[in-house]
Design a protein around this ligand. Structure first.
Ligand code: ZN
Length: 261
């Protein structure tokens, strides 16, 4: 059963969509391979408030996967089903950014292209939409799982401060992608997308991940947000961290560390 935690009137559920060993040299070319072995998780989160269900990021999905393959003992839909949520129950799909490992379950491609989450509006950061739409060589999974949202009439472009629900707000934290966005739940949980891929990066904010679009901006966003969540003691979700990918950023002997739930 998927891991869930109650926060105020809401429930936040951590969802897995596979994992594989973190390849340090590939993800952090300047840092290299002398780091401990660990798993890179892929997935997303559900935020359930009253009868409103928001799905934040949709994993690799059934059609794509990372280089080196994916180990999957469960998938995102099975994880959702384990807490009683089906694809038709999702009201909002909110994407932190448009990388392929965050959009994979968006659409069903068999027969005809259609939304998998049948009643949902799909929220995409405007700066990501404009960036990827204009890229001549888009990743095929972005072409398949994001670009059709517009013609299907389910796309809503969002910017910093957008109220996803009355208690969940979009917060721009650009750098990993132009529109990279976190989602802050009033009651005290901040879902941070790909602000970091491993707990070491909480301290080593200058470690540049292979896909950081603008490294300088990425470092700036990391420093600003990590300082904030450490000071405020906010529960955070970082979907690539070891499952359940929820925890606190703390200071221990002068160094920023991850304290998993
Ligand atoms: Zn990612």
């Amino acid at each position: 059963m998927a891991f869930s935690v109650k926060i105020g009137d809401s429930e936040v559920v951590a969802l897995r969509d596979g994992h594989h060993p973190l390849n340090w040299g590939w993800h952090f070319p300047e840092v290299g391979g002398e780091q401990e072995e660990c798993l890179l998780n892929f997935g997303g989160f559900l935020v359930i408030t009253g009868s409103t269900v928001t799905l934040v990021d949709t994993g690799w999905g059934p059609y794509a996967g990372p280089p080196g393959g994916l180990d999957r003992d469960c998938n995102l839909l099975e994880e959702m089903a384990s807490v009683g949520i089906g694809p038709g129950d999702v009201d909002l799909v909110a994407m932190t950014h448009l990388h392929p490992d965050h959009i994979g379950w968006n659409l069903i491609l068999e027969d005809r292209v259609r939304p998998r989450f049948t009643k949902a509006r799909y929220l995409v950061p405007r700066a990501d939409w404009e960036h990827y739409k204009a890229l001549p060589e888009k990743h095929p999974n972005i072409v398949q799982q994001a670009m059709p949202l517009e013609d299907l009439g389910v796309l809503e472009l969002i910017e910093d401060g957008h109220a996803v629900t009355s208690s969940l707000k979009a917060v721009a934290m650009p750098g990993h992608t132009p529109g990279h966005t976190g989602f802050l739940l009033d009651a005290g949980c901040f879902l941070l997308g790909d602000l970091a891929h491993h707990p070491h990066v909480l301290e080593e904010t200058g470690w540049i991940q292979r896909f950081d679009w603008n490294p300088e901006l990425a470092v700036e966003s990391r420093e600003r947000v990590f300082e904030q969540v450490e000071r405020d003691g906010t529960l955070v979700g970082l979907g690539h961290f070891p499952y359940p990918s929820l925890g606190h950023v703390i200071k221990n002997e002068g160094r920023r560390q991850w304290k998993p739930l």
